[in-house]
Design a protein around this ligand. Sequence first.
Ligand code: ZN
Length: 256
Amino acid sequence: MKTPFAVISDLHANLEALEAVLADIDAQGLGEIACLGDIVGYGPDPGPVADLVRERATKAVAGNHDWALINRPLGFNPLAKDVIEYTRDMLEPKFYHLFGETRERWAYLEGLPTVLEEGDLAFVHASLRDPLMDYCFGDRHPMWNPKQLEEIFPKVKRICFAGHTHYPAVIRDDAVCWYPKDDAPRFPLEAGRKYIVNVGSVGQPRDGDPRACYAVFEGDAVRYRRVPYDVERTRDKIIAIDAIEVRLGDRLREGK
Ligand code: ZN
């Protein structure tokens, strides 16, 4: 991919958030987009969100929610599981879908790999130790586990882009962590060091900031963007759908 490019993750069927992020990506003239999965789950608009990813992303990997949609929701809590069933009802081709968009979209989701590499860059939903399920948090989080880094960093060539935690962070190979702020959104990447770059979440941020989050890779630096979107509209859609619990709409207001 040609730098600079955008890296998005954890869209979670939030169309308003994704549209706002794509507009921001376009306004910055970024040509290419890598998507780190969890296209579906939790949110009300899996079809349009999957179609936009298919149309706009240069490359994409599967997240655990995408995997659960195609396979089964292993280890999912009831809250997340109900939304996966709703998503399957919406997206799975029926006998009368002999061909067309529904089948093509399903085939796209079914065909997503779990890891992609390009030179010394890796793209994964969770981590290179467990591409779908591993939570790799920074040191601000109660689940911070520097021990896990000893197993993950040997698999990283230089930079591994990841999502899954919904919490933007850069973790260096010596376990030093950095978090973006509005007045300090850019982090220079030193030569000779390795990094895990968690790009945060477009559709369900959990770092206390409700704005959609994504990252721009500049080759020798990573720059974060926070993009406001119409949270109330997404929450209203969630409230109108029985299979999606209201608290999945409420948490979007808090970014938690
Ligand atoms: Zn997710």
